[in-house]
Design a protein around this ligand. Structure first.
Ligand code: NOJ
Length: 572
């Protein structure tokens, strides 16, 4: 594989609105990111993905852009953005912005002009269609609920397409003029010194415009027509053109939010000459230990999680790099998503991030994950602010759930759990802001915060730092990036383990979701214990660490794995 500057990416995702407020308006800002660059560098991250900071009416917290070349005043100014890029660069950190070009905001000048003249030049930047018999053009459901079509005000029978909220009209990627405009925007931003982009909803750019009515998949009569709006034939040509006209000459890191990559297109999507550098591995995003499927069974979920992740790696088979992560701004916190309450303990919360952190590909952590931030269940529905969360609620009611049951479900499934303000210290509002935060801080900030963990060598934060340091250690880094990936103990219940191997190193990564000690067959010798969530000498009721290490380093042929243990072992 041809080596690239971004291959060693340990990324850190920032949701700026909730990261750090410096002008005391209750909203995080770019100066806040600048202020916290040291913390990000100390974690060992070398790339930041900044969720959208462009000018926006904030219907979807910036994923509805009204000016692609402007910075939203709530986040700061263009000078702040330039300063962030420069200051991050000094610390060896590259900034990725979030490119949201499946849709714009309905406040974007293009859309406003399009509304005035849907048949004119700007009308062709969007997707307007006539309705049928007093109904929208078809029964597609928007990903965020309700019809994917909105009637144009003042017109009887004209609709525009929006696969997200109605304030996010879809751009028409069939129009070369629109495409050219977007390419120009990308180039201008790259010229400012960006490392690249995370590309929002990028597998949706192309639609199948046959507009048939489909058999409904819910009582609302709509159908989430994914096969018509995601990874549709012809998408690849658009993405190739985009790459050739923008990213290729700049050597940008591009990470696509690309749903359902097909095995036969791996090379075209993330191969050496693929349309992107990487795409997120979403194979675990439907896992929710408290959901109907797993009903609180951590171990059963863990087995399935392992199988899905290994399958994704097998499909890629070293032909490209997936982007491995556990949390982002669209998901509840990973501790609550993967570990049932009874299984949440100091060992399991350290074991969890290790599971996929040493996978081939690049890795990303999300703000607050490094201190173990948790979901913040609400007492009243009105405490949620996000439109799609309400759409889920409505759908649950429609399915026959009671308001209490629907709220309970949101309390473990809403994406807003990932958006509570960052907990920096134990002071007012967790040190996020002096003013009333735009979204309530989780009250556990009094004990769960960055400052409290910083000085404690035994904290989760310092465990994350050690974990990142192992991945980036000079003599191991290439093995983790380019080495072979060999699943181990694959049929062992509750065990997720793999070896990374090249001519220089062999490293065994072993994680256990078992609540009791496991004894596994083990041939070979341990050269070095790179990471262990049990301290040396620590007793757990089933034997001392010395005993385990005795087994590991001696010529024994078994491995004693303690409850929820994780081990990263350099094999000698
Ligand atoms: C995916 C983003 O991650 C999500 O937050 C957003 O709401 C949608 N795309 C629409 O842009």
């Amino acid at each position: 594989m041809l080596k690239k500057w971004w291959h060693n990416t340990v990324g850190y995702q920032i949701y700026p609105k909730s990261f750090q407020d410096t002008n005391q308006d209750g909203i995080g800002d770019l100066c806040g990111v600048i202020r916290r660059l040291d913390e990000i560098a100390q974690l060992g991250a070398n790339v930041i993905w900044l969720c959208p900071v462009f000018t926006s009416p904030m219907v979807d917290n910036g994923y509805d852009i009204s000016d692609y070349m402007g910075i939203d005043p709530s986040f700061g100014t263009m000078d702040d953005m330039k300063e962030l890029i420069a200051r991050a660069d000094e610390k060896g950190i590259k900034i990725l912005m979030d490119l949201v070009v499946n849709h714009s905001s309905d406040r974007h000048e293009w859309f406003q002009k399009a509304l005035q003249d849907p048949c004119g030049e700007y009308g062709k930047y969007y997707v307007f269609r006539e309705g049928k018999d007093g109904n929208p053009p078809n029964n597609w459901r928007s990903i965020f609920g309700g019809s994917a079509w909105e009637r144009v005000e003042g017109r009887d029978n004209l609709y525009y397409l929006h696969i997200f909220t109605k304030e996010q009209p879809d751009l028409n990627w069939e129009n070369p003029k629109l495409r050219g405009e977007i390419y120009e925007i990308i180039t201008k931003w790259m010229d400012m010194g960006l490392g690249g982009f995370r590309l929002d909803a990028i597998s949706h750019l192309k639609k199948n415009y046959s507009y048939v009515n489909l058999p409904p998949d819910g009582p609302d009569g709509y159908k989430l027509a994914f096969e018509y709006i995601n990874n549709v034939d012809g998408l690849s040509e658009i993405l190739r053109e985009m790459k050739e006209r923008t990213f290729l000459p700049t050597d940008a890191l591009t990470i696509g939010e690309y749903d359902q990559m097909r095995p036969e297109e791996v090379e075209a999507v993330i191969g050496e000459n693929g349309n992107f550098c990487s795409v997120f591995d979403f194979s675990h995003t439907f896992h929710d230990v408290n959901g109907e499927k797993w009903k609180g069974n951590t171990r059963a979920l863990f087995n399935d999680y392992r199988d899905k992740l290994f399958q994704a790696q097998r499909v890629v088979g070293g032909r490209g790099m997936l982007c491995n992560f556990l949390e982002n701004h669209d998901k509840p916190r990973c501790i609550d998503r993967f570990l049932a309450a009874a299984d949440q303990n100091r060992y399991s919360i350290r074991m969890l991030p290790v599971t996929n952190f040493f996978f081939p590909g690049i890795v990303f952590l999300y703000q607050g994950q490094e201190i173990g931030m948790r979901n913040y269940p609400k007492v009243r529905l009105e405490e949620y602010v996000d439109k799609p969360t309400y759409a889920i609620y409505d759908r649950l009611l429609m399915q026959g759930k009671s308001p209490e049951e629907a709220l309970e479900e949101l309390n473990h499934a809403s994406r807003e759990h990932g958006r509570t303000p960052m907990q920096w210290n134990g002071e007012k509002n967790g040190g996020f802001s002096e003013a009333e935060p735009w979204f309530a801080v989780n009250p556990n900030y009094t004990w769960l915060n960055y400052e409290a963990q910083k000085e404690d060598p035994d904290s989760l934060l310092n465990f994350y730092k050690r974990m990142v340091a192992v991945r980036r250690r000079a003599d191991l880094e290439e093995t983790f990036i380019y080495g072979e990936f060999l699943p181990r103990y694959e049929k062992e219940d509750g065990i997720l383990a793999y070896e990374r191997k090249d001519e220089k190193n062999r490293v065994l990564v072993l994680t256990s979701a078992r609540s009791e000690t496991a004894e596994l067959p083990f041939e070979g010798k341990v050269g070095e214990i790179l990471l262990d969530n049990y301290a040396v000498g620590e007793k757990d009721g089933t034997g001392t660490a010395e005993e385990t290490y005795g087994e590991l380093t001696g010529s024994g042929n078994r491995l004693i794995v303690k409850p929820f243990q994780c081990l990263v072992l350099k094999l000698g």
